[in-house]
Design a protein around this ligand. Sequence first.
Ligand code: ZN
Length: 244
Amino acid sequence: MANFSAHLYGAAAVSSAASLGVYGLGWAGPELTQVLFFLGVAGGLLPDIDADGSAPVRGFFTLLGVVLGFLVSFALVGRLAIADLTLVWIGVFLLVRYGVFEAFARFTVHRGIWHSWLAAGFAGLAVANLAHHLLALPEWESWLAGAFVTLGYLTHLCLDELASVDLLGRRVKRSFGTALKPFSLASPGATAAMLAGVLALAWLSPALLPALETARERGVSAETLQARALGDLGWLAALGIGRD
Ligand SMILES: [Zn+2]
């Protein structure tokens, strides 16, 4: 498998290109663009949370507990007293850091279901839902956030798969085909659970129509995409290419 720093660099490269693209196209403002970049990088590190007990995984669950604890208590500000908010924060942290982590370590197989397209969709949908329902981000922004996590996630799966091919191309390691797969045939139970999770999140997900409406307002269409991506090709004309 590709190692941690390969995943970090790979996800950073893909995510910075994508976030600059999104910003250049006017689909997201500067603040959101920075958040999207980090979400893409996080998505690129996420699949290896199934590597039980390793230091980065423990660190990940600690961080997840802290961040989720903060977000949940933040969403409840004004409805609960500060003392209660603190209890909520601690409760969420303990639940994630010990409850979810232990369950995760017990029931996941490295390179099992978490290394699949299905899981990439799950992670993206989960973030789109969190962004919309917990952080009250509008639909379009929430979907962008989810899309960046999925993009980073798929980058990770591609890198794992690339790393399982000998660079000289003479030999394919046994791990080939265990990362970039639609679902996990080896564990039908985990696949069914993941599919159920994806369907539930899809059902709860931010509405598509308002998201598409915003997309239209921001000029997301095939023509503008082509025009913005290629510019007016003035530099080609300057080189004397493309003129009749
Ligand atoms: Zn991996």
